[in-house]
Design a protein around this ligand. Structure first.
Ligand code: PMP
Length: 367
């Protein structure tokens, strides 16, 4: 219609666009190591056994009622234990404002909106590189973005000194976005000692640390170990925020189940903050979806199912290969191999059947 004449097609998403191109490719040899979703050895989607069992248990007594604006209380309770610790005093003191969110993306977006609303003059410091959607999220929430050093291409490790400098040079009371573990796309995380130093400097400057924890369990294979950075910040007395997601570590991608939490000074503040988070959610999506939340709470509140989940959480997902954008283009054009142009390989897409083909192709474009 005449109303939308000025609308131009949006640029393709750099990650989801890879899958589109892969699906359009007719070659029998094609390989997709782009998107971060688990696949079995035949390249088929994987559903965890604990999830299948939870679904069986749920099936008989499922209804379709709305969840409250803040989502499933039981799911949120279990989710907070994973991040803050099973016996966290902060949970007992009710100091954490937390709501179910539309997976990790929704949790980040809700926080960005909250930040804009209540700290309207603040900015967010984002690592270089980061998950590309972080930029979109804080942009759409109208929070200005700055970056901080993170990856060091020469050593293929952390640019720790530059990162600390950026923390020190940021204006006091800035917001810092940190990947809690299994940094996407590099797979490079600070060591425990480095986290302690990062925590120290962020505290000294009065910055706010916001953790995006999309891969709890994927760095070490143990969700408890992967919460180490968060626990260090808690020990040091930070008032942090956390975005949690079950997309990866429970394989619940399309269920959109996650959690946003904000640690407050006391229970009274937490009640106020939670009410404002719900107020932000109400005109956007009113309340979050019920099914995925029920799967999560069923698994985590049952000791046997939880034990099974801990066994099923696999290790690792992304490998920052060091391939250049031109080499990636050659892999795609000549070998029908799809990945993001930053050279990130999703190890979940590598199978017994394609590993040789993939390795040969990588060798061809890098020799
Ligand atoms: N943060 C990071 C760093 C991610 O890599 C992802 C998943 N790609 C997310 C958040 C959010 O994913 P989801 O919304 O599916 O939970």
């Amino acid at each position: 219609s005449s109303w939308w004449r000025s609308v131009q097609p949006a640029p393709k998403d750099p990650i989801l666009g890879v899958t589109e191109a892969f699906l359009a490719d007719q070659s029998p040899d094609k390989v997709n190591v782009g998107v971060g979703a688990y696949r079995d050895d035949n390249g088929k989607p994987v559903v965890l056994e604990c999830v299948r069992e939870a679904e069986r248990r749920i099936a008989g007594n499922l209804n379709m009622e709305y969840l409250p604006m803040g989502g499933s209380v039981k799911m949120v309770e279990e989710t907070l234990k994973l991040a803050y610790g099973e016996n966290s005093e902060l949970i007992k003191e009710k100091r954490i404002a937390a709501v179910q969110a539309l997976s990790g993306t929704g949790a980040c977006r809700l926080f960005a909106d909250f930040q804009k609303h209540f700290c309207p003059d603040s900015q967010i410091y984002i690592p270089v590189p980061t998950w590309a959607n972080h930029h979109n999220i804080w942009r759409d929430a109208q929070v200005p973005q700055k970056t901080y050093h993170y990856y060091h291409p020469e050593s293929k490790g952390l640019d720790f000194a530059a990162m600390i400098d950026d923390i020190k040079n940021a204006p006091n009371g800035s917001f810092f976005l940190l990947h809690a573990c299994a940094h996407n796309p590099t797979g490079v995380d600070p060591s425990e000692e480095q986290w302690r130093e990062i925590s120290h400097h962020i505290k000294a400057k009065g910055h706010f640390a916001f953790f995006d924890m999309a891969y709890q369990g994927f760095a070490s294979g143990d969700p408890e170990k992967d919460a180490k950075a968060i626990r260090i910040f808690l020990e040091d007395g930070h008032h942090i925020g956390i975005a949690q997601s079950y997309a990866k570590n429970m394989g619940l991608y399309g269920q959109r189940v996650g959690c946003l939490s904000v640690l407050c000074e006391d229970e009274k503040q937490a009640v106020a903050v939670k009410s404002q988070l719900q107020q932000l959610a109400r005109p956007m999506y009113s309340n979050p979806p019920v099914h995925g939340a029920l799967i999560v709470s069923t698994i985590l509140s049952d000791p046997d199912l939880k034990k099974q989940w801990l066994k099923e959480v696999k290790i690792g997902m992304f490998c920052y290969s060091g391939l250049t954008p031109e080499q990636v283009d050659r892999l795609t054009n000549e070998f029908h191999i799809y990945m993001t142009r930053n050279g990130r390989i999703s190890m979940a897409g590598v199978t017994t059947g394609n590993v040789k083909y993939l390795a040969n192709a990588i060798h061809e474009v890098t020799k």
